[in-house]
Design a protein around this ligand. Structure first.
Ligand code: HXC
Length: 246
Protein backbone atom coordinates (compact mmCIF):
# COMPACT_ATOMS: atom_id res chain seq x y z
CA UNK A 1 0.00 0.00 0.00
CA UNK A 2 1.05 3.60 -0.34
CA UNK A 3 0.19 7.06 0.95
CA UNK A 4 -0.14 10.07 -1.35
CA UNK A 5 -0.30 13.39 0.46
CA UNK A 6 -1.34 16.65 -1.19
CA UNK A 7 1.17 19.27 -0.09
CA UNK A 8 0.56 22.86 -1.14
CA UNK A 9 0.19 24.33 2.34
CA UNK A 10 0.27 28.01 1.37
CA UNK A 11 -2.92 27.62 -0.64
CA UNK A 12 -4.65 24.98 1.52
CA UNK A 13 -3.94 22.42 -1.20
CA UNK A 14 -5.92 24.35 -3.81
CA UNK A 15 -5.85 22.18 -6.90
CA UNK A 16 -4.08 23.78 -9.83
CA UNK A 17 -2.89 22.22 -13.05
CA UNK A 18 0.67 21.29 -11.96
CA UNK A 19 -0.68 19.57 -8.83
CA UNK A 20 -3.23 17.57 -10.82
CA UNK A 21 -0.48 16.57 -13.30
CA UNK A 22 1.74 15.40 -10.44
CA UNK A 23 -1.14 13.51 -8.91
CA UNK A 24 -1.89 11.78 -12.21
CA UNK A 25 1.77 10.86 -12.69
CA UNK A 26 1.95 9.45 -9.15
CA UNK A 27 -1.21 7.39 -9.57
CA UNK A 28 -0.07 6.06 -12.94
CA UNK A 29 3.20 4.87 -11.37
CA UNK A 30 1.43 3.30 -8.37
CA UNK A 31 -1.08 1.55 -10.60
CA UNK A 32 1.69 -0.24 -12.50
CA UNK A 33 3.88 -0.94 -9.45
CA UNK A 34 3.42 -4.63 -8.61
CA UNK A 35 4.32 -4.04 -4.94
CA UNK A 36 1.34 -1.69 -4.43
CA UNK A 37 -2.14 -3.06 -3.73
CA UNK A 38 -4.06 0.05 -2.65
CA UNK A 39 -3.41 3.74 -1.99
CA UNK A 40 -4.54 6.33 0.55
CA UNK A 41 -4.97 9.91 -0.65
CA UNK A 42 -4.88 12.58 2.03
CA UNK A 43 -4.06 16.23 2.61
CA UNK A 44 -3.18 18.02 5.82
CA UNK A 45 -5.09 18.40 9.09
CA UNK A 46 -6.19 21.84 7.89
CA UNK A 47 -7.17 20.97 4.35
CA UNK A 48 -7.69 17.92 2.20
CA UNK A 49 -8.06 20.48 -0.61
CA UNK A 50 -9.81 23.87 -0.52
CA UNK A 51 -11.02 23.44 -4.09
CA UNK A 52 -9.86 24.18 -7.58
CA UNK A 53 -7.45 27.10 -7.61
CA UNK A 54 -9.75 30.11 -7.91
CA UNK A 55 -6.86 32.40 -8.87
CA UNK A 56 -5.87 30.07 -11.71
CA UNK A 57 -9.46 29.92 -12.96
CA UNK A 58 -10.47 33.55 -12.54
CA UNK A 59 -9.41 34.88 -15.97
CA UNK A 60 -10.30 31.87 -18.09
CA UNK A 61 -12.61 32.51 -21.01
CA UNK A 62 -15.15 30.05 -22.37
CA UNK A 63 -12.75 29.36 -25.26
CA UNK A 64 -9.95 28.53 -22.79
CA UNK A 65 -12.16 26.26 -20.69
CA UNK A 66 -13.91 24.51 -23.58
CA UNK A 67 -10.96 24.52 -25.96
CA UNK A 68 -8.59 22.96 -23.42
CA UNK A 69 -11.31 20.76 -21.88
CA UNK A 70 -10.51 22.28 -18.49
CA UNK A 71 -10.93 19.73 -15.64
CA UNK A 72 -10.94 16.72 -17.98
CA UNK A 73 -7.49 15.68 -16.69
CA UNK A 74 -8.94 15.46 -13.15
CA UNK A 75 -10.99 12.46 -14.27
CA UNK A 76 -7.89 10.30 -14.76
CA UNK A 77 -8.09 9.21 -11.14
CA UNK A 78 -11.58 7.83 -11.66
CA UNK A 79 -11.26 6.76 -15.28
CA UNK A 80 -7.86 5.07 -15.40
CA UNK A 81 -6.69 4.01 -11.93
CA UNK A 82 -7.61 0.35 -11.43
CA UNK A 83 -6.30 -0.25 -7.92
CA UNK A 84 -8.41 1.03 -5.01
CA UNK A 85 -7.84 4.53 -3.67
CA UNK A 86 -9.13 5.56 -0.25
CA UNK A 87 -9.49 9.25 0.55
CA UNK A 88 -8.72 10.25 4.15
CA UNK A 89 -10.34 13.67 4.48
CA UNK A 90 -9.37 16.09 7.23
CA UNK A 91 -9.99 19.83 7.28
CA UNK A 92 -11.48 21.56 4.25
CA UNK A 93 -12.70 19.50 1.30
CA UNK A 94 -14.44 22.18 -0.72
CA UNK A 95 -15.51 22.39 -4.34
CA UNK A 96 -12.97 20.44 -6.37
CA UNK A 97 -11.51 19.11 -3.09
CA UNK A 98 -14.81 17.49 -2.20
CA UNK A 99 -15.07 16.21 -5.77
CA UNK A 100 -11.57 14.74 -5.66
CA UNK A 101 -12.41 12.93 -2.40
CA UNK A 102 -15.60 11.56 -4.00
CA UNK A 103 -13.66 10.26 -7.03
CA UNK A 104 -11.87 7.86 -4.69
CA UNK A 105 -13.26 4.39 -4.13
CA UNK A 106 -13.78 4.69 -0.38
CA UNK A 107 -14.12 7.94 1.55
CA UNK A 108 -13.04 8.19 5.20
CA UNK A 109 -13.03 11.43 7.19
CA UNK A 110 -12.58 12.86 10.64
CA UNK A 111 -15.55 14.35 12.49
CA UNK A 112 -14.50 17.95 11.95
CA UNK A 113 -13.73 17.63 8.25
CA UNK A 114 -15.43 20.48 6.39
CA UNK A 115 -17.07 19.42 3.14
CA UNK A 116 -18.95 21.59 0.70
CA UNK A 117 -19.71 22.53 -2.89
CA UNK A 118 -19.49 26.33 -2.63
CA UNK A 119 -19.20 27.01 -6.38
CA UNK A 120 -22.54 28.86 -6.41
CA UNK A 121 -20.86 31.60 -4.36
CA UNK A 122 -18.35 32.07 -7.18
CA UNK A 123 -20.99 32.28 -9.90
CA UNK A 124 -20.38 28.76 -11.22
CA UNK A 125 -21.38 25.16 -10.53
CA UNK A 126 -19.47 22.00 -9.53
CA UNK A 127 -17.35 20.94 -12.50
CA UNK A 128 -15.56 17.75 -11.48
CA UNK A 129 -18.52 15.48 -10.85
CA UNK A 130 -19.90 17.02 -7.65
CA UNK A 131 -23.47 17.37 -8.85
CA UNK A 132 -23.51 13.72 -9.91
CA UNK A 133 -21.49 11.95 -7.21
CA UNK A 134 -22.84 13.90 -4.23
CA UNK A 135 -26.40 13.35 -5.46
CA UNK A 136 -25.88 9.61 -5.89
CA UNK A 137 -24.27 9.39 -2.45
CA UNK A 138 -26.65 11.41 -0.29
CA UNK A 139 -29.81 11.76 -2.36
CA UNK A 140 -31.24 14.51 -4.54
CA UNK A 141 -32.92 16.76 -2.01
CA UNK A 142 -29.92 17.07 0.31
CA UNK A 143 -27.44 17.43 -2.56
CA UNK A 144 -29.63 20.05 -4.23
CA UNK A 145 -29.85 22.01 -0.98
CA UNK A 146 -26.09 21.90 -0.45
CA UNK A 147 -25.22 22.80 -4.04
CA UNK A 148 -27.80 25.61 -4.27
CA UNK A 149 -26.93 27.17 -0.90
CA UNK A 150 -23.20 26.49 -0.92
CA UNK A 151 -23.51 25.46 2.74
CA UNK A 152 -20.75 23.31 4.19
CA UNK A 153 -21.28 20.05 6.03
CA UNK A 154 -19.21 18.26 8.64
CA UNK A 155 -17.41 14.93 8.56
CA UNK A 156 -19.98 13.59 11.00
CA UNK A 157 -22.77 14.61 8.60
CA UNK A 158 -20.88 13.09 5.66
CA UNK A 159 -20.89 9.82 7.57
CA UNK A 160 -24.50 10.10 8.78
CA UNK A 161 -25.68 10.74 5.21
CA UNK A 162 -23.68 7.89 3.67
CA UNK A 163 -21.00 9.87 1.81
CA UNK A 164 -18.24 8.63 4.11
CA UNK A 165 -17.80 4.96 4.87
CA UNK A 166 -16.28 5.73 8.27
CA UNK A 167 -15.76 8.77 10.49
CA UNK A 168 -12.92 9.08 13.01
CA UNK A 169 -12.44 11.28 16.05
CA UNK A 170 -9.11 12.71 14.95
CA UNK A 171 -7.17 13.27 11.70
CA UNK A 172 -4.45 10.83 12.82
CA UNK A 173 -7.00 8.08 13.41
CA UNK A 174 -8.56 8.83 10.05
CA UNK A 175 -5.30 8.41 8.11
CA UNK A 176 -4.38 5.34 10.17
CA UNK A 177 -7.82 3.83 9.57
CA UNK A 178 -7.44 4.39 5.84
CA UNK A 179 -3.96 2.84 5.84
CA UNK A 180 -5.26 -0.20 7.76
CA UNK A 181 -8.02 -0.69 5.20
CA UNK A 182 -5.55 -0.25 2.34
CA UNK A 183 -3.32 -2.89 3.95
CA UNK A 184 -6.24 -5.32 4.22
CA UNK A 185 -7.10 -4.78 0.55
CA UNK A 186 -3.43 -5.09 -0.48
CA UNK A 187 -3.39 -8.55 1.15
CA UNK A 188 -5.86 -9.95 -1.40
CA UNK A 189 -5.44 -11.09 -4.98
CA UNK A 190 -4.86 -7.99 -7.12
CA UNK A 191 -6.83 -9.48 -9.96
CA UNK A 192 -9.88 -10.02 -7.72
CA UNK A 193 -9.49 -6.58 -6.14
CA UNK A 194 -9.46 -4.90 -9.56
CA UNK A 195 -12.53 -6.89 -10.54
CA UNK A 196 -14.37 -5.84 -7.34
CA UNK A 197 -13.61 -2.20 -8.03
CA UNK A 198 -14.71 -2.50 -11.65
CA UNK A 199 -18.07 -4.10 -10.90
CA UNK A 200 -18.97 -1.79 -8.01
CA UNK A 201 -18.17 1.24 -10.18
CA UNK A 202 -20.30 -0.21 -12.99
CA UNK A 203 -23.27 -0.10 -10.63
CA UNK A 204 -23.09 3.70 -10.92
CA UNK A 205 -23.56 3.57 -14.70
CA UNK A 206 -25.81 0.58 -15.37
CA UNK A 207 -29.36 -0.41 -14.48
CA UNK A 208 -29.76 -3.31 -12.03
CA UNK A 209 -30.37 -5.95 -14.72
CA UNK A 210 -27.37 -5.06 -16.88
CA UNK A 211 -25.31 -4.48 -13.75
CA UNK A 212 -25.99 -7.95 -12.37
CA UNK A 213 -25.28 -9.49 -15.79
CA UNK A 214 -22.03 -7.53 -16.01
CA UNK A 215 -21.06 -8.71 -12.53
CA UNK A 216 -21.80 -12.33 -13.47
CA UNK A 217 -19.59 -12.16 -16.58
CA UNK A 218 -16.68 -10.77 -14.56
CA UNK A 219 -17.32 -13.41 -11.89
CA UNK A 220 -17.22 -16.13 -14.58
CA UNK A 221 -13.99 -14.63 -15.90
CA UNK A 222 -12.28 -15.05 -12.55
CA UNK A 223 -12.53 -18.84 -12.92
CA UNK A 224 -9.79 -18.36 -15.50
CA UNK A 225 -7.44 -16.89 -12.90
CA UNK A 226 -4.84 -18.78 -10.90
CA UNK A 227 -5.88 -16.95 -7.75
CA UNK A 228 -9.39 -18.40 -7.85
CA UNK A 229 -7.86 -21.90 -7.72
CA UNK A 230 -5.38 -20.85 -5.04
CA UNK A 231 -8.02 -19.11 -2.87
CA UNK A 232 -10.55 -21.93 -2.95
CA UNK A 233 -7.93 -24.67 -2.49
CA UNK A 234 -6.42 -22.81 0.48
CA UNK A 235 -9.86 -22.61 2.11
CA UNK A 236 -10.40 -26.36 1.70
CA UNK A 237 -6.91 -27.13 3.06
CA UNK A 238 -7.27 -24.59 5.90
CA UNK A 239 -4.15 -22.77 4.68
CA UNK A 240 -3.36 -19.14 3.99
CA UNK A 241 -3.69 -18.32 0.29
CA UNK A 242 -0.43 -17.36 -1.41
CA UNK A 243 -1.67 -15.18 -4.23
CA UNK A 244 0.06 -15.07 -7.59
CA UNK A 245 -2.00 -12.05 -8.67
CA UNK A 246 -2.57 -13.78 -12.00
C1 HXC B 1 -6.91 29.51 -4.51
C2 HXC B 1 -6.99 29.43 -2.23
C3 HXC B 1 -8.13 28.60 -2.28
C4 HXC B 1 -8.62 28.23 -3.56
C5 HXC B 1 -7.65 28.96 -0.22
N1 HXC B 1 -6.73 29.62 -0.94
N2 HXC B 1 -8.51 28.32 -1.02
N3 HXC B 1 -6.39 29.87 -3.33
N4 HXC B 1 -7.97 28.71 -4.65
N5 HXC B 1 -9.67 27.42 -3.72
C6 HXC B 1 -5.63 30.43 -0.44
C7 HXC B 1 -6.10 31.78 0.08
O1 HXC B 1 -6.28 32.69 -0.99
C8 HXC B 1 -4.97 32.16 0.98
O2 HXC B 1 -3.89 32.62 0.21
C9 HXC B 1 -4.55 30.81 1.57
O3 HXC B 1 -5.03 29.82 0.69
C10 HXC B 1 -5.14 30.56 2.93
O4 HXC B 1 -6.55 30.75 2.84
P1 HXC B 1 -7.38 31.67 3.84
O5 HXC B 1 -8.65 32.02 3.14
O6 HXC B 1 -6.56 32.80 4.37
O7 HXC B 1 -7.65 30.63 5.04
P2 HXC B 1 -8.88 30.61 6.05
O8 HXC B 1 -9.24 31.99 6.51
O9 HXC B 1 -8.51 29.57 7.07
O10 HXC B 1 -10.12 30.10 5.18
C11 HXC B 1 -10.10 28.78 4.65
C12 HXC B 1 -11.22 28.60 3.57
C13 HXC B 1 -11.07 29.73 2.53
C14 HXC B 1 -12.59 28.71 4.26
C15 HXC B 1 -11.07 27.22 2.97
O11 HXC B 1 -9.71 29.77 2.08
C16 HXC B 1 -11.95 29.54 1.33
O12 HXC B 1 -13.16 29.82 1.40
N6 HXC B 1 -11.37 29.09 0.23
C17 HXC B 1 -12.11 28.92 -1.01
C18 HXC B 1 -12.96 27.69 -0.96
C19 HXC B 1 -13.74 27.50 -2.25
O13 HXC B 1 -14.57 28.37 -2.63
N7 HXC B 1 -13.50 26.38 -2.94
C20 HXC B 1 -14.16 26.09 -4.18
C21 HXC B 1 -13.34 26.62 -5.31
S1 HXC B 1 -14.17 26.48 -6.83
P3 HXC B 1 -3.12 33.99 0.58
O14 HXC B 1 -2.14 34.14 -0.56
O15 HXC B 1 -4.16 35.05 0.67
O16 HXC B 1 -2.47 33.68 1.90
C22 HXC B 1 -13.98 24.89 -7.26
C23 HXC B 1 -14.54 24.57 -8.58
C24 HXC B 1 -14.50 23.13 -8.81
O17 HXC B 1 -13.39 24.10 -6.61
C25 HXC B 1 -14.98 22.84 -10.18
C26 HXC B 1 -14.00 22.06 -10.99
C27 HXC B 1 -12.95 21.36 -10.31
Amino acid sequence: MSLVQLHRPKALNALFTPLISELNTAFKALDTDPSIGATVLTGSEKAFAAGADIKEMADKTFADAYGDDFIESWSELYNTVRKPVISAVNGHALGGGCELAMMCDILYCSQKANFGQPEIKLGVIPGAGGSQRLTRAIGKSRAMELILTGKNFSGQEAFDWGLAARVFETPELCVQGALDTAETIAGYSKIAVKACKEVVNKSQDLGIREGVEYERRVFHGLFGSQDQKIGMKAFAEKKKAEWTHR
